[in-house]
Write a protein that binds this ligand. Structure first.
Ligand code: 2DT
Ligand code: MG
Length: 164
């Protein structure tokens, strides 16, 4: 008998609301039926480039970074589909919405341009990273609010100022 398809659960948000902790808690609550998938932690060439960028060890152009993040998701699509079809629920610590919100919060990037590389997916130790200042976080939040206007997606909002 074919297993029931797993759910794809994506935690998105600004920096530091403890998304990773919530991913872990969710995984513990769902037990063996769920796995946390960390897209940057899997050691591909692309994820290494992105990690260097986040650590300010390279100076990639913003457009390139955006496309590398999207490429990093695309290189995992077949694995994601396979796991879901096996009935595994996947919990992702950020996905395409962070991609769009973070790049489009930068000057000179439109939401429309930022959505393009991920559009086909639409339905279906911190310290000194560049994205951590408050003004930028507010812009990111605005972009998330824009994306959340899409009612065809099952958005749920958590208040990260409450206890874990
Ligand atoms: P973590 O906080 O998850 O380590 O992310 N980011 C993330 C982008 O700019 N584009 C993307 O597509 C994704 C997934 C958000 C590190 C930083 O990378 C940003 C924070
Ligand atoms: Mg994080």
């Amino acid at each position: 008998m074919a297993a029931k398809r797993g759910a794809l659960i994506v935690l998105e948000g600004m920096d530091r609301p403890r998304k990773s902790t919530q991913c872990q808690k969710l995984q513990e609550a769902l037990r063996q039926r769920a796995k946390v998938l960390r897209l940057l932690a899997r050691g591909s060439e692309i994820s290494r480039l992105i990690s260097s960028y986040l650590e300010k060890k390279n100076n990639l152009d913003g457009h390139s970074v955006h496309l590398f993040f999207a490429a990093n998701r695309w290189e995992r699509v077949s694995l994601i589909k396979e796991k879901l079809q096996q009935g595994v629920t996947l919990i992702l610590d950020r996905y395409a919405f962070s991609g769009v919100a973070f790049t489009s919060a930068k000057p000179d990037f439109t939401l429309e341009w930022c959505i393009q590389p991920d559009i086909a997916m639409k339905r279906g130790g911190f310290g000194n990273e560049w994205n951590e200042n408050l003004t930028f976080q507010e812009l990111v939040l605005q972009q998330f609010e824009e994306l959340m206007k899409d009612r065809s997606l099952d958005w749920k909002t958590l208040d990260a100022s409450q206890s874990i």
